[in-house]
Design a protein around this ligand. Structure first.
Ligand code: SAM
Length: 405
């Protein structure tokens, strides 16, 4: 939203704003293009209001697959929607934080209030803090729209100062805290945790001073940063990491946790201490690619033990074993051919096996999978998955799941 975003948001919260947004939602639903839609809206709600109503209706439609029915009443901006976590995961975090009924919780950087609402729905009284006035207005609007305003107090504040002043296990008078630092600036990801807002120093101080806390961090966070006694959890869905969390010492129960979202269920794999690396060995009949939550949480060796598998290379997270597996923690491929990586020889082999189309996967190799897949395309009707990786240090191609059998 432009500079007068706060004023526009306040208007969108009025009965006239709600009617304009409902009209815009109908046009979005009908799939009308932006120009005719805005022309219709301008004629009905005035030039100044058409744009904000259209934008909000579009953002609600975009939010619906993840936010469900809540999306139809939420107030959002493109930025806060992009920064928002999944509400189902916010609810899961809130339930865990409140397992023994702490009654007040601080959401330190509330944005549009996903965590605030989840904490309030879990029964907490929530102090929602943000530096940004638009974020505060959005959180207040969403708490009201979702029926939890009586348990939410929205205030201006700097999380850095509040955490600096934290004493006796509490921050801003609350015994529970959620911190989800902004990890983007100017549309770009901030890879350095010291450049997050609030920065790493505040994350570390919160985990030190408020033991009933959770911090959302970047999936690529270096394990070296995880303070002693703090549980680190990586959560994946659909083959990608969707969040990484550090749990304060009161709520931490293990060293690391890998969590896999499957529909409404979440599968968990945990270790009380570093299980160390898995052993390596020669490529056998099956190749297994661990879920990214397993890899990021350092739990590959647990899965290896479970499957009777070994690593193909000590530095590469591909496992190999004699048989297939029904494990949810890996994607498995039958290995049909193993050869030193050489594009010309690989192409010749695929031709003789009647393979025309391949999917290329890689780990520990500089190749560009789409480019190599194009280069390997041929006239045959067969298909295969080609995995380019290192095996015992040597660049290797594994031809898997050949369909000519
Ligand atoms: C990643 S967003 C939070 C997203 C939210 N948890 C959700 O799921 O919708 C980070 C928020 O922290 C706020 N923020 C950044 N630095 C802050 C600080 N020092 N004090 C308070 N809020 C801050 C930003 O304005 C932004 O709204």
């Amino acid at each position: 939203m432009p500079d007068d975003a706060l004023e526009q948001l306040r208007w969108l919260r009025t009965p006239e704003g709600a009617a304009a947004t409902a009209l815009a939602a109908e046009l979005v639903e009908q799939g009308l293009d932006v120009l005719p839609a805005l022309a219709r809206l301008r004629a009905q709600v005035g030039a100044g209001h058409a744009g904000p109503a259209w934008e909000l209706a579009r953002l609600r439609a975009r939010a619906r697959p993840v936010f469900g029915a809540d999306a139809d009443v939420l107030f959002l901006t493109a930025d806060t929607l992009e920064q928002a976590g999944r509400p189902a995961l916010a609810a899961r975090r809130a339930r865990r934080l409140r397992a023994d009924d702490a009654d007040s919780a601080a959401d330190l950087g509330c944005a549009s209030g996903t965590d605030t609402v989840a904490l309030a729905r879990a029964g907490a009284s929530v102090l929602a803090v943000d530096l940004d006035p638009l974020a505060r207005e959005l959180t207040a609007a969403n708490a009201e729209a979702l029926g939890v305003a009586d348990r939410v107090w929205v205030v201006a504040g700097d999380a850095v100062e509040l955490v600096d002043a934290a004493r006796g296990g509490e921050v801003a008078g609350c015994g529970t805290a959620v911190l989800d630092p902004a990890r983007r600036a100017g549309g770009r990801r901030q890879l350095d945790p010291d450049r997050w807002s609030p920065p790493w120093a505040t994350v570390a101080a919160l985990l030190d001073r408020v033991p009933r806390a959770v911090v959302k961090v970047a999936p690529g966070l270096d394990h070296e940063r995880v303070p002693h006694g703090v549980e680190a959890e990586w959560v994946s869905a659909g083959g990608s990491i969707v969040e990484a969390l550090l749990w304060g010492r009161t709520v931490s129960t293990v060293w690391r946790r890998a969590s896999l979202v499957r529909g409404d269920a979440v599968l968990e794999l945990t270790a009380d201490a570093d299980p160390g690396p898995a052993p390596s060995g020669p490529v056998r009949g099956w190749l297994h690619e661990p879920d990214p939550a397993v890899i990021r949480s350092g739990l590959v060796s647990l899965v290896a033990t479970d499957l009777g598998a070994t690593l193909v290379d000590p530095t590469i997270a591909y496992l190999t074993s004699d048989g297939p597996t029904g494990s949810p923690w890996v994607s498995s491929y039958r290995v049909d051919e193993v050869l030193p990586f050489n594009l010309r020889k690989l192409k010749a082999l695929l031709r003789t096996r009647g393979v025309g189309r391949v999917v290329v996967k890689k780990r520990g190799s500089a190749i560009e999978p789409e480019t190599v897949a194009r280069q390997l395309r041929g006239a045959g009707a067969g298909t295969a998955t080609v995995v380019v990786t290192r095996v015992a240090g040597a660049p290797t191609a594994l031809v898997c799941d050949l369909s000519d059998r």
